[in-house]
Design a protein. Sequence first.
Length: 594
Amino acid sequence: MTHQQALAFGLIAVTIGAFVWGRFRYDLIALVSLLAGVLLGVVPAKNAFDGFSNDITVIIASALVVSAAFARSGIIEALLRPLLPHLKTERSQVPVLTAAVTLLSTATKNVGALAIMMPVALQVARRTGTSPGRLLMPMSFGALLGGLVTLVGTAPNIIVSQVREEILGKPFGMYDYAPVGLGLAALGVLFLSFAYRMLPKGRTPAANIDAALAANAYFTEVQVPDDWAYEKNRVADFHHMAHDEVRVMALLRDGRRKAQPHPNTRILPGDTLLLEGEPHGLDDLITRAKLRLTRADKPLSMEAPTEEVRVVEAVVGAESGLIGETALRSDLHGQHGVNLLAVSRSGFRLNQHLNRVRLRAGDVIVLQGGERSLPGALKALGLLPLAEREVRLGGIRHALAPAIILAAAMVLVAFQVVPVAIAFFGAAVVMIAIGSIRMREAYAALDGPVLVLIAALIPVSEAIQTTGGADLIGGWLSAVFQGQAPLLALAAIMAVAMAATPFLNNAATVLIVAPVGAALALKLGLNPDPFLMAVAVGAACDFLTPIGHQCNTLVMGPGGYRFSDYPRLGAPLTLLVLVVGTPLIALFWPLVRS
């Protein structure tokens, strides 16, 4: 072992130890590791920041933006809507929801697919009385399995493709992962459809600040357009459409008000409706029924043409000048350039015109305004923004555009017209340009800590290769597996990746283990491709802890899970993937070179 190899191994060992210790943030550990690598001389200073411009980082960042735009479109909810009323028990809910998120994660990044489907699952659980804990973990595991199918489904696939290009001169294609990924995903969904019974039932989910804030019942006013032609035009239809989460509090027609209209009352073009409900339900009903917020039709003055319209939630403070005033009398639009969209008042149901509601201290209101004018308006009016939380209410949705753009990008990659990084970067830019997702939302979608982790660790992991460390470890392992069945070495590499990913983060696992797996294959005279595939599968399949992958972390609170719940369902699934995945990889990617 050379001096440089010893330094590289020492740096990796300390980095892994810091990850396992868990005392510091992953991204900070990666940055310190990169700096240490430069100071030790194992990472050339000129290559220190190559990770930030690497295709891996670009692809993952672009996929996150594309997934966020896809979620914003509401197309998945629309496709599942006819099916949801039939999902009355967990026996039907788990297979359908798990299969849906698995299928979706084959086209978008797995954590994005889960984020799209979680609100749907929670709504189903709330409506039917099912425990969210029986639904969310199978969905998380399904998202991980679905990510195995395509290049962009999960970070390990993207990184392994890059490692293959560095070693063999050519990356994996968009659908090279599909034969193995589809088989494991189908088997996993089948297993989860029955094995979810291993999870605890009836446990109360952990409290969540966003969920608590979203539970506020809002009062808002909408206008039925004059050219409105909607088949479901009764009050009862609106209640049913919103799963009874939104109520029509009053109907205003020809200057007359009808409070608590009868369910059979027909809604006509030109009517004004006073609605009460939670923000998500109101937004969904207003969008689906093609209604218009009455206070949002007033044009907002913008200081610059590049300024975006924002909708924020704020509390009327004790010293606010709005106390005892109405939106009409205070002239919110004329004086401050903002529109009042909704009001929430604990313990009261409002049934009068929104602009005539006398505001009180403690009322929660929703305001629409330009991003530059809103902060000044909030301060001048004595309003306190809630947890920097932005509320979506009656905004424009591009339902089909994100799906069409994503499909076009995948087709271009499949036929090798453009590289993956360019295709998904282009898709993200187009979605932002046409308004499918706003620039602010795109920035919010970027997972900064993960992107920094990957970008910083790429040069560090390359030190193992450039110093010859990967070949050295490959030589040691080849001595162990020499004369053994090649399938055993393949299973060992997958098991190592599976064991490491809960503690290192899957991206870090691939960056460290993939070069070693390829070196082992070359030392044994075998094809490196199946070993790289085994690393990708092993690193992507973290079913044992809530910390190894964002999907598992995302469902922990809403599902009410404890650390010990993950191996309860995850351990048998991990064993299943290892036992079935190893021969499946060997079937489609022969171990012996032709």
